[in-house]
Design a protein around this ligand. Structure first.
Ligand SMILES: Nc1ncnc2c1ncn2[C@@H]1O[C@H](COP(=O)(O)OP(=O)(O)OP(=O)(O)O)[C@@H](O)[C@H]1O
Length: 261
């Protein structure tokens, strides 16, 4: 498994009589930046939760950062994985102060656990909040933040432990046009930073694919429609198949767009 950040083979997740995922093969390598695109209910969040070691598949094998899921202690893997999602946001107490939320992630906590953090931790947390444009919110309680502010704070938090793998589930959902464009630009800047972790971003919209992203996985009905370099995966034919509607797709070299043909 050397060299693979993520390797899934024949992965299936079954709940009752329903396959949430079925026969998923997927390999993510060092230096790659992936988007996972698909319609509602395609299984994107389920896939990302497996990558985050939060969910074990019913079938198939999964390796994350060289460790086989189910074969060892995933708690050692967790600090190496930065994960931001609405489910993570839902676990955060409303009165938790933004600064504490971010700095506590250095040790894998959600705002509690250690009372004392060192100056370098605080400096890193502030630098991350600044990089995501939300340093002015450091004294605010998480529950008072807007949707867009929460998204950025959660990304700063996900990066706090200097992860090797960054997983973002719908980071632009609920953002207004300006907020989306700002977030996509910041994700694009991170994607083009050679020292940044391997990234996997889930989205419904090709417009949200940040510049600098390299690969795409198209998911529909729990199965992979296409996976590979963006130009090969995000074709009109593949996207039309995944979303069940005939789509016209444009790519200007940097950004993507799609609409009904
Ligand atoms: N525990 C469960 N039991 C039965 N069905 C489930 C369970 N958890 C998820 N599902 C179903 O599995 C499917 C895939 O869910 P998932 O959240 O992974 O999709 P998604 O692609 O992230 O969707 P969305 O874009 O709407 O967030 C959905 O139809 C969902 O209703």
């Amino acid at each position: 498994m050397n060299g693979y950040v993520l390797h899934m083979s024949g992965v299936g997740v079954r709940r009752g009589q329903t396959d949430l995922l079925d026969g998923v093969d997927w390999t993510v390598e060092e230096g790659q930046r992936w988007v996972v695109v698909g319609p509602n209910g395609a299984g994107k969040t389920t896939l990302l939760r497996i990558a985050a070691t939060q969910l074990y598949p019913s079938r198939g094998t999964v390796h994350v950062l060289g460790e086989r899921l189910g074969g060892g202690d995933v708690f050692e893997l967790r600090p190496l994985i930065g994960f931001a999602s609405s489910a993570v946001a839902a676990q955060i107490e409303d009165d938790l102060v933004v600064r504490d939320l971010v700095v506590s992630a250095a040790y894998g906590y959600l705002g509690s656990g250690r009372e004392e953090y060192g100056t370098p931790d605080h400096a890193r947390a502030r630098a991350l909040l600044a990089r995501w444009g939300v340093l002015r919110l450091e004294d605010r309680e998480f529950g008072t933040l807007s949707e867009g502010e929460r998204k950025r704070v959660l990304i700063a938090r996900a990066l706090m432990a200097d992860p090797e793998l960054l997983l973002l589930d719908e980071p632009a959902a609920g953002l207004d046009l300006g907020g989306r464009e700002d977030l996509v630009r910041r994700l694009g800047t991170l994607a083009q930073d050679d020292s940044a972790p391997v990234m996997v971003v889930v989205t419904h919209h090709v417009e949200e694919i940040p510049p600098g992203f390299t690969h795409g996985l198209l998911l529909s009905g729990g199965s992979v429609v296409a996976a590979g370099p963006l130009e090969e995966a995000m074709t009109a034919e593949n996207l039309s198949r995944a979303f069940g509607i005939e789509l016209k797709v444009e790519h200007d070299g940097e950004r993507w767009s799609a609409r009904a043909a």
